[in-house]
Ligand binder design. Structure first.
Ligand code: ARG
Length: 460
């Protein structure tokens, strides 16, 4: 038998392999709720403009609801012969309510239908993503506040640079995620535009009321151009780009968590429930969650490139190529939701090993810049101060002594400008407290930044 939805002009049935090869129902059935939601709005609109009678509309709405219930109960039989989620649902509707079911597709094409479904689906999932992202940010603020006074080495080139507070470091992650949140919100504006009504590519001859359908579906407005509407997948690409950046940030944080849990750093502890052991080495506790998140950033980047490549040579308007948009997009959604959930659960459970962090900051001459700044305040030119401190550090390496551990006389070998008050600036606490401005690492600034960030989250 030829396919009942379009068999009219065909003289032989689709090849069995081709039917399977071209079908998308295995992966697009996850949009069933949005597909039915879109069809219900379309039927209401058709009745409003007089293309369907009210009885026909009600029969369609009742039938679609039955199909929805069946799917949610797990009683629905998906058929590969019916190709995709759209034709499966339409066929089931017609089976339930008879000939009226065949009127649903009036003034519509699968081309505008699928574009609408993806946007509705992505909109729903983005709301989940934004919620989980906010939960993670909340957790970061809690830990940052708790760790506002904890001192650790700050790094450049992964070499000890200057002391920072752990809370300040966590707020850096917060800022990265705050930009990701903004990018997703901005993307959502373009996701929330309604393509329905574009029909196959040129629009339709029926007197449709697109503004009404858009309102029913909670879209900002109908799209402007029918050709663009059925072929545009920018919104999905844009979402994946924002997802890639977000995953890049989680991956960078993961790299640090992995380093910090190593015996060599030993800065933090991750609770056992976020780690796994080794089947051979009894002593092992591996930071699997951060490692896996770091790894998963790769597949999200891959999907972004897949979608860009999918689009780059498509002429207007719809092409079957676009069926390939779904698996990458869905996998980005799933991956992002999984990673955000794991992170939002894990971050508040991190414990810092304050003594180890402090010890590490004391090694490596992290207050060298403070000594140079001290000399500048006493009238030495910065370049000369740099030279003086460089010599002091060389002496310290030779003597295995940090700057703060030297006698005043030892320091004075390099400059007689140095006096007893120097030790106030050579302490870790003095060093971080001195960076006391917006964006600085001083504990009071960290607490103030947490306060401002909490206001941002509360205003969401
Ligand atoms: N399964 C298709 C997709 O995912 C639906 C649209 C198909 N339209 C068509 N004319 N073949 O894009």
């Amino acid at each position: 038998n030829t396919n009942q939805q379009w068999g009219g002009r065909f003289s032989e049935a689709t090849d069995a392999f081709v039917a399977r090869f071209t079908a998308s129902v295995d992966f697009d059935q996850r949009m069933y709720r949005q597909d039915i939601q879109g069809s219900m709005a379309h039927a209401k609109m058709l009745a409003k403009v007089g293309v369907l009678t009210e009885e026909e509309r009600d029969a369609i709405l009742g039938g679609l609801q039955e199909v929805m219930d069946e799917i949610e109960r797990g009683d629905f039989e998906w058929s590969v012969a019916l190709e995709d989620v759209h034709m499966n649902i339409e066929a089931a509707l017609t089976q339930k309510i008879g000939i009226t079911g065949k009127k649903l597709h009036t003034g519509r094409s699968r081309n505008d239908q699928v574009a609408t479904d993806i946007r509705l689906y992505l909109r729903d999932e983005m709301k989940v993503i934004l919620g989980e992202l906010t939960r993670l940010q909340q957790g970061l603020l809690d830990v940052a506040e708790r760790e506002a006074d904890t001192i650790m080495p700050g790094f450049t080139h992964l070499q000890t640079a200057q002391p920072v507070t752990f809370g300040h470091h966590l707020l850096a992650w917060f800022e990265m995620l705050e930009r990701d949140h903004g990018r997703l919100l901005d993307c959502l504006k373009r996701v929330n535009i309604m393509p329905l009504g574009a029909a196959a590519l040129a629009g339709t001859t029926y007197p449709i009321d697109r503004a009404y359908t858009a309102e029913l579906l909670g879209f900002e407005r109908p799209s402007e151009n029918s050709l663009d509407s059925v072929s545009d997948r920018d919104f999905a690409i844009e979402f994946c780009a924002a997802a890639s950046l977000l995953m890049t940030h989680l991956s960078r944080a993961s790299e640090e968590l992995v380093l910090w849990t190593s015996a060599q750093f030993d800065f933090i502890d991750l609770p056992d429930r976020f780690c796994t052991g080794s089947s051979i080495m009894p002593q092992k506790k591996n930071p699997d969650v951060p490692e896996l998140v770091r790894g998963k950033s790769g597949r999200v980047n891959g999907h972004l490139i897949s979608l860009l490549t999918l689009m780059k040579s498509q002429p207007l308007a719809y092409n079957k190529d676009n069926q390939e948009d779904k698996e990458p997009l869905f996998d980005v959604i799933d991956t992002l939701q999984g990673c955000l959930r794991a992170y939002a659960d894990m971050i508040p459970a991190i414990t810092s090993k304050k003594e180890n962090m402090r010890e590490a900051a004391l090694r490596g001459f992290s207050t060298a810049t403070d000594l140079a700044d001290y000399l500048v305040r006493k009238g030495v030119a910065f370049r000369d101060a740099h030279e003086i401190v460089g010599k002091s550090v060389a002496y310290g390496i030779e003597q295995s002594k940090d700057l703060g551990e030297m006698e005043l006389a030892e320091l004075q070998q390099f400059s007689d400008t140095i006096e007893a008050d120097v030790f106030e600036v050579l302490t870790l606490e003095g060093s971080v407290a001195a960076r006391d401005h917006i964006g600085g690492t001083a504990p009071d600034q960290v607490r103030a930044a947490v306060g401002r960030a909490r206001e941002v989250l509360a205003a969401r």
